[in-house]
Design a protein around this ligand. Structure first.
Ligand code: EPS
Length: 410
């Protein structure tokens, strides 16, 4: 079983994660992990924190001489900003006079849309900071590090993950399903907003500028596309094995994600079945998919019955605007229960392009879990061999016999 936990506060010393269940024998590309962390930090609309941090993962266990051992993989991502927060976030109280940094006042004015109010109610805290430090999207740096390891495992079975931004506010590209995996993968690392359409991207930037000038924030949507997955990951037989449900949970768990779509997403509710379901054609008519058959459309986003069907996997995340507004909304002070504008913390105006990178990571983790369930193996070699054998069986069953005019499979 592949599983992970994260720990650490936004302005604590570091973020930590333990990833357990990775098979042995996976050659670690450390530069690729740090590159994913860098991608997460970029994007028009990010705040000043991203200029302070240059995230990198330190491996503390589970890897020896560059190769996974099968043991739990421990990673640590230092928070550079800790230097400025040592007094406010001191683990041991009270900080000594020598401790550097400033003492920040207690936070008592919850921000609408953040975990602040519900969190202090639940955990009995009188300082909102105890809640916001852990609710912060800073935690996603740890998820991206885990996802970067997961995507190296997916590479072994031939799958690759990319993403692109669909919309910021009402500024949007045309049909997202028309964006190919290659287009999403070709987006440069230092792209302004990770959008494939330069005209739409300009409109998105204007929307972010307008929000910034008004002391406001913007949400939007992004799509994760996965190419090369074997058919047969996930299962239709039980609710908690359906891959669409598992992907939705993983994406919804990302801070500020409020809805998830698979393939055509919510639009399926508005169209008749004849315009939604992807017809199944023989392999002769066009380049065959991983299953050998031809699907002229992919409204299902590569999943039918909660099982991968060999088409590109396509999942969309919808992000609400960030809850910290420089022109704060009405709130209360929890010490007096009187009207008081919501607290202002340093924040981003828009982080949809970063959320897309986090979305890639979460999708990669769920797919790595599903691949390990399907193919098993305590070593990468074993898993790859099992996957290759399954693919060969599919090829023999769907492609070779049909293409050679053979009858029903044996
Ligand atoms: C983030 C770090 C945070 C925020 C943002 C994302 O850093 P700081 O609070 O020090 O500016 O920039 O977090 C939030 C939007 C949030 O609501 O907490 C990061 O590393 O991505």
């Amino acid at each position: 079983m592949l599983r992970f936990l994260t720990a650490g506060e936004s302005h604590g010393q570091a973020l930590i994660t333990i990833l357990e269940g990775m098979p042995a024998g996976l050659m670690m590309d450390f530069a690729a992990i740090n590159q994913e962390l860098r991608r997460r930090q970029l994007g028009y609309g990010r705040g000043r924190r991203m200029a302070i941090e240059s995230d990198h993962a330190q491996f503390l266990g589970g890897v020896r001489h560059g190769v996974t051992t099968g043991g739990p993989i421990a990673m640590l991502i230092p928070n550079k900003d800790w230097e400025n927060w040592q007094r406010t976030m001191a683990v041991e109280a009270p900080p000594t006079d020598e401790t550097p940094g400033v003492d920040r006042p207690v936070v008592t004015r919850p921000r609408p849309g953040h975990a602040d109010l519900a969190g202090v109610a639940k955990y009995g805290s009188s300082d909102v900071r105890n809640i916001l430090e852990r609710a912060s999207a800073r935690e996603t740096a740890a998820r991206v590090a885990v996802g970067a390891v997961a995507r190296q495992l997916l590479k072994v079975i031939g799958a690759e993950v990319a993403s692109h931004v669909i919309s910021i506010g009402s500024a949007s590209i045309g049909d997202p399903l028309a964006v190919t995996f290659e287009q999403a993968r070709a987006i440069p690392e230092d792209s302004t907003l990770r959008c494939v359409d330069p005209v739409a991207e300009q409109a998105m930037m204007r929307a972010i500028d307008t929000a910034r000038e008004a002391g406001d924030t913007m949400g939007g949507s992004f799509e994760v596309i996965v190419r090369g997955l074997p058919p047969g990951l996930g299962s239709h037989v039980q609710w908690d094995r359906k891959l669409d449900g598992r992907l939705a949970q993983a994406l919804m768990s990302i801070q500020a994600i409020k809805a998830v779509g698979i393939g055509r997403g919510p639009d399926v509710a508005a169209l008749p079945g004849s315009r939604i379901h992807d017809e199944i054609l023989p392999p002769q008519t066009a380049p065959a998919s991983a299953l050998g058959v031809t699907r002229p459309t992919n409204n299902a986003g590569g999943l039918e019955g909660g099982i991968t069907n060999g088409e590109d996997l396509r999942v969309t995340g919808y992000m609400k605007p960030i809850a910290t507004l420089m022109k704060p909304l009405r709130s209360i002070d929890i010490t007096t229960m009187e009207d008081s504008p919501a607290a202002i913390e340093r924040s981003d105006v828009c982080a949809v392009s970063a959320a897309a990178v986090v979305g890639e990571a979460m999708v990669a983790i769920v797919l790595a879990q599903a691949a390990l369930e399907k193919f098993g193996g305590d070593s990468v070699e074993e898993m790859a061999a099992n996957c290759a054998s399954f693919r060969a069986r599919l090829a023999a069953r769907f492609q070779v016999k049909v293409a050679s005019g053979g009858g029903a499979p044996a």
